[in-house]
Ligand binder design. Sequence first.
Ligand SMILES: [Zn+2]
Length: 169
Amino acid sequence: MAETGAELEGTVPLVRLDRFRNAVFAIPEGGDCLVRLEFSADSQRRRIVRGELETDVELECQRCMSGMTAHVSSAFELGLVTSDDKARQLPSELEPFVVEGEALDLWTMVEDELLLALPAYPLHEREDCPATADLEALEADPAASPEPDPEDKRENPFKVLEGLKKTRH
Ligand SMILES: [Zn+2]
């Protein structure tokens, strides 16, 4: 456990953060997360961790479903607690982080915060998105629909069968 008053600055290789790696489209080759942590205690002798994280990852654009580079950053202030009860006693500006005894799993902390920092609905900038042309075509013609009429779709196989019957007789 880092001492109160300690500061820690370093990089964490993204490839070692399995949960994070699985949550994103791709991680850049050799990608690192820049981590800055500061450990302190408040007047109630609660252990506090202030941190900043920064990294670049590939996320899946929710418009075109292809990869896009995104800068992910997070600044947080955690109160280290040993139980849910203690977590409820924390002042509201502190986010609880539950630790078992003295041990603080910095990797898990960094990974949790990175996951929280991911945008829920990543999108390319409009001008960078390969789907923009389609989108603009749709917007220009409000009658156009990207979904074929489901009624038409259901009829198709029968039409094909009818066609086959006719050619066989
Ligand atoms: Zn896109």
